[in-house]
Write a protein that binds this ligand. Structure first.
Ligand code: SF4
Length: 101
């Protein structure tokens, strides 16, 4: 069941980021607030780790609890923080009856 939830969250996150980037769908102000809140909480969380790849001059941040990439994980509206710092985004805040962000 956990793997299915992870696949669902990855799918939610990717779709959400594509729609946001391509401006296919506009987030509600409530969604924007949830994303900002999640970003702030993850950035101040001791579970957020950074892997550096000096040869590529790149680094990747991820949650050491759920192993999700940051900030991708914050765009999955049905995901919740594994240690309870933030919760799923209520359906009413995602927009007019849509399940997508
Ligand atoms: S998802 Fe939760 S545990 Fe993971 S980095 Fe964010 S606040 Fe921390």
């Amino acid at each position: 069941m956990k793997k299915l939830e992870s696949i669902r969250d990855i799918s939610d996150s990717l779709l959400s980021q594509i729609k946001y980037t391509l401006k296919i769908k506009k987030y509600t102000p409530e969604m924007e607030n949830h994303f900002s809140d999640r970003i702030e909480k993850c950035l101040s969380c001791p579970e957020l780790r950074e892997n550096k790849f000096p040869t590529l001059n790149r680094s990747v941040r991820f949650c050491d609890r759920c192993k999700c990439l940051f900030p991708s994980l914050i765009f999955a509206h049905r995901k919740k923080c594994p240690i309870g710092r933030w919760d799923t985004i209520p359906e009413k805040d995602t927009g007019s009856g849509s399940r997508e962000a």
